[in-house]
Ligand binder design. Structure first.
Ligand SMILES: Cc1cc2nc3c(=O)[nH]c(=O)nc-3n(C[C@H](O)[C@H](O)[C@H](O)COP(=O)(O)OP(=O)(O)OC[C@H]3O[C@@H](n4cnc5c(N)ncnc54)[C@H](O)[C@@H]3O)c2cc1C
Ligand SMILES: *[C@@H]1O[C@H](CO)[C@@H](O)[C@H](O)[C@H]1NC(C)=O
Ligand SMILES: *[C@@H]1O[C@H](CO)[C@@H](O)[C@H](O)[C@H]1NC(C)=O
Ligand SMILES: *[C@@H]1O[C@H](CO)[C@@H](O)[C@H](O)[C@H]1NC(C)=O
Length: 821
């Protein structure tokens, strides 16, 4: 609790340090987190896809619900409950697709406020499981649910038995589960508008037909019916000899047998979900890739979806090191350790091209030499960009992203998180092939990175939960590979059908039987099982360095050339800037040396006043924050620089004379704008997060079935977008300004203060404009004004000399006369 509070505080401290309003909202936050952590103190968490019941939501969940609900009443201290909880969690994953018809819930009766609910439902011992039919009344005590074993299969079948006892009204979401007759099949297409009818022939005791029916509940354009082996007419018509077996029945009376490796539930479900035209409800129909090609902003790059592409991995590195990390201007403590481990693992195991490996190694050795307690991202960026390329020639990391296997059908699908997963798998497999000495080395480094930096905070939390739960069980390099694979599948299970799922790349339990037939088996009880040895060898070949495709990559000499060009242009820009600065200084010096032109007294005083005032504001350090926070609760993105610019303009107009441009003014501008920029990004990220939460609310209302997934996605996407914003500016080559350069650029901006611009982007790109202004200034003054000054100065001194000689001459005869008698 205390930890949660301090975490919340530190997260918000940067925004508003003094406001009492914010401290009360902080309190609220802590309360919120308290409730959450209380709910999560039990045996289940929100990511288990189990509804956590509380006195507040119990009626909303159980009374008059359109889905049946299975509720486990437990006490967190009870040993049986603890032993049963993994089965209940597996059950939740296993029947995730059944959600519209049946949902799982749990309540911790040992939490005091929950006690009265358990009492209300007459719970005496733990765990007690009850089944609540759809449209239950408030006074319904629930139906006893017999648990014969901890086996998921038994639990699943008991749920089906209970579903079948449903009385009218039959829940709309629940498909018919009773066996189909020949008559129904014959007239099926007259009354139903679907493309496929799958018939599962089986014995009356088999549950497969009903299980597959429920598995495909959320898919459109397909209906599944069970047909009993006793339905002689159909059995002879289709010539069915094997039970179970699955046939696709077409409108004209044609039929084909569904080809599967093993006649079992999971194989049927995998195959039926992938039939042409079958889509998850509410998702658009997949279209051929040619249409996608016109859908996305970038040209679509055709790819083989069962291959790994180096372009994705390099894009991931670019995004991670240049964009995601840039959200952390100063990296310290835990984050610094995480960063060092991450880079070290990359330098060791990334199967990159020589140029990229050189870069990763140089970043790694540089990082290992950093003994300070903190590190600025700007410094890291210098090394990642190899700005001192004399030290490590032939080293570069290509700039920008070019997604191939991780392309999404929309700009907000897939991409970076997809690349991240791919990178993780590749690293674990490489660690195995090249023989890492420490089985958990890679996984721990990845966990650290995700925990400290991964932009999707919810993802990080989920990943950390999984790691905390079972990472310690990883004892070999093989286990590290399969651990990551199985956790990734857990995430896939949770996210299947969520808003973040790209309809063109549905989340499946990976790899599908089409990709690796032998990875799948059935256990003796008929349930799906993975053949772990097969999976391991599949992963090892799929993610091996030898099978990574290098399509769409610039070759290494091009990468180096681009980097050199960039360095050269950076150098040119720098020199141009220095030259401009030197000229400006010369002008100033020349003007200072010329005879004082006596500017109007009052104006000088006024300026001094303003300068003093500004100094005061600047001296407070955090002034821009306070000003932003106090004056405008929700600052417009560029409000601050416009304010600044306004002032600059004012000043510029008033001080048309060059004397007005003093170095001190520039310094103040630098301080202001720099701190503004960092504040602006913070504000933007915060706004992104709040926008995300309102958006999430909106979407979760639309799709009640998956509030958790929706939330997770929303935050993830929007935060990612936020991070993207932070990163986008540095990525653009035009705007590519490291800290030092930005300062220099700002100095220029300060000198050309009167140059007006309506927004900061323009101002950024107006860099070159500013440059020409500078040269105009210097030409104007040095070549015309200064020579005029000199001439005038010369003329006036000649004049003085002439007068002096003249009077001297006139005095002399007089002086001569005086002594004359
Ligand atoms: C550490 C981490 C945690 C995340 N947690 C969340 C979260 O909590 N909520 C959320 O909304 N999003 C989360 N994401 C994002 C989400 O998992 C996906 O990455 C994202 O939705 C893009 O999905 P995708 O379809 O491109 O496939 P991804 O799941 O990103 O997979 C990428 C590719 O890896 C391959 N693959 C798929 N499954 C496996 C597997 N089991 N083993 C090996 N290879 C596989 C496939 O070829 C696939 O195309 C997380 C991402 C990461 C990296
Ligand atoms: C239960 O829900 C149905 C539709 O979902 C609605 O028509 C009915 O009025 C509800 N009954 C009660 C008692 O809330
Ligand atoms: C995509 O665009 C090209 C031209 O830009 C056009 O010829 C083609 O028909 C379009 N394809 C689809 C499917 O719209
Ligand atoms: C994609 O890659 C797989 C595995 O290497 C291969 O079997 C398949 O033929 C490839 N598909 C295409 C369209 O190239």
């Amino acid at each position: 609790m205390a930890r949660c509070c301090s975490r919340a505080t530190s997260r918000f401290a940067g925004l508003n340090r003094t406001s009492t309003e914010s401290s009360s909202s902080l309190l609220l936050w802590c309360l919120c987190l308290l409730v959450v952590s209380a709910a999560e103190a039990g045996l289940y968490t929100a990511s288990d896809q189990i509804i956590l019941l509380t006195p507040e939501n119990v009626d909303a969940v159980l009374v008059n619900s359109s889905a049946a609900v299975v509720v486990e009443f437990y006490a967190s201290w009870c040993g049986h409950c603890i032993a049963f909880s993994p089965s209940y969690k597996s059950l939740a994953r296993d029947i995730k697709e059944w959600k519209p018809a049946v949902d799982l819930a749990a309540i911790d009766c040992s939490v005091e406020p929950n006690g009265k609910i358990c009492f209300r439902f007459g719970v005496k011992g733990y765990p007690t499981i009850k089944f609540f039919h759809a449209y239950s009344k408030r006074e319904s005590p629930g139906q006893a649910f017999k648990v014969s074993s901890r086996e998921v299969r038994g639990l699943r079948q008991t749920i089906i038995d209970n579903l079948e006892t449903n009385k009218e009204p039959w829940p709309p979401a629940c498909p018919p589960l009773e066996p189909a007759s020949q008559e129904e099949v014959d007239t099926f297409f007259e009354t139903n508008n679907v493309e496929h009818l799958a018939l599962i022939f089986e014995n009356s005791k088999s549950y497969i037909g009903r299980e597959v029916t429920l598995d495909l509940l959320q898919y459109e354009n397909i209906a599944v019916r069970r047909v009993l082996s006793t339905e002689k007419g159909l059995v002879t018509k289709l010539g069915v000899t094997e039970f179970p077996s699955c046939y696709l029945y077409h409108a004209g009376g044609n039929f084909t047998r569904l080809k599967v490796h093993i006649e079992a539930r999971s194989f049927y479900s995998y195959a039926l979900e992938r039939l042409p035209g079958v889509v998850r409800s509410g998702k658009p129909r997949p279209v051929p890739p040619e249409v996608l090609r016109n859908n996305t902003d970038e040209p679509w790059r055709p790819f083989n979806s069962s291959r790994v592409y180096m372009a994705d991995l390099e894009s991931t590195l670019h995004y991670s090191l240049r964009v995601e990390l840039a959200a952390h201007p100063v990296i310290r403590a835990e984050g610094l350790v995480a960063l060092k481990n991450y880079i070290s693992v990359l330098a060791k195991f990334f199967p990159g091209r020589p140029v990229i490996m050189n870069l990763l190694r140089s970043v790694d050795s540089w990082l290992q030499n950093q003994t300070g307690s903190e590190l600025s991202h700007a410094a890291l960026r210098e090394v990642v960009d190899n700005n001192n390329s004399a030290q490590s020639p032939d080293a570069a990391l290509p700039e920008g992203v070019k997604w191939v296997g991780c392309q999404g059908s929309k700009p907000y699908f897939r991409q970076y998180p997809c690349g991240m997963w791919t990178l993780f798998h590749v690293l674990t497999v490489q660690a195995k092939t090249s023989g890492s000495l420490e089985p958990q080395e890679v996984l721990r480094a990845l966990r650290g990175y995700v925990h400290s930096f991964f932009g999707c905070r919810q993802c990080a939390e989920h990943f950390n939960n999984m790691a905390r739960e079972s990472l310690r069980e990883v004892k070999t390099l093989d286990m590290a590979v399969t651990w990551l694979w199985s956790r990734h599948n857990r995430v896939n299970n949770r996210l299947a059908g969520a808003l973040s799922e790209d309809p063109y790349f549905p989340k499946i339990q990976w790899p599908s039987p089409q990709m690796c037939r032998d990875c799948h088996t059935v256990k003796t009880n008929g349930d799906h099982g993975w053949n772990n040895t097969q999976v391991l060898s599949f992963l090892q070949s799929y993610f091996s360095s030898g099978s990574i495709l290098t399509d769409y990559l610039d070759d290494e000499s091009q990468v180096l050339e681009k980097q050199m060009e960039k360095h050269a242009s950076q150098k040119l820009a720098l020199e141009a800037q220095r030259r401009a600065e030197r000229k400006a200084r010369e002008v100033l010096e020349a003007v200072m040396q010329s005879p004082p032109s006596q500017p109007p007294e009052e104006e000088e005083e006024e300026e001094e006043e303003e300068g003093a005032q500004e100094e005061e504001e600047g001296g407070e350090g955090a002034a821009p924050v306070d000003r932003l926070g106090a004056k405008t609760p929700e600052p417009a993105p560029w409000a601050k620089p416009e304010m600044d610019l306004g002032r600059g303009q004012r000043r510029g107009r008033r001080k048309a004379s060059i004397v007005g441009m003093r170095m001190r003014d520039q310094q103040e501008d630098i301080v202001d704008l720099d701190s503004f920029i960092s504040e602006h990004y913070k504000a933007k990220a915060m706004r992104g997060a709040s926008a995300a939460s309102t958006w999430v609310k909106h979407r979760t209302l639309q799709r009640k079935e998956e509030p958790d997934a929706g939330l997770v996605f929303g935050l993830g996407m929007e935060l990612d977008a936020g991070v993207g914003m932070v990163g986008l500016q540095p990525v653009d080559p035009d705007l590519d300004l490291d800290l030092g350069q930005r300062t220099r650029w700002l100095q220029k901006r300060g000198l050309a203060g009167q140059h007006s611009n309506d927004n900061a982007e323009k101002r950024l790109s107006a860099q070159s404009h500013t440059g020409s202004w500078m040269s105009m200034l210097s030409i104007g003054f040095s070549k015309v004004d200064i020579s005029l000054c000199v001439i005038l100065y010369f003329l006036s001194s000649m004049c003085l000399l002439f007068m002096y000689l003249f009077f001297k001459n006139r005095l002399r005869p007089r002086r001569v006369k005086v002594p004359l008698p």
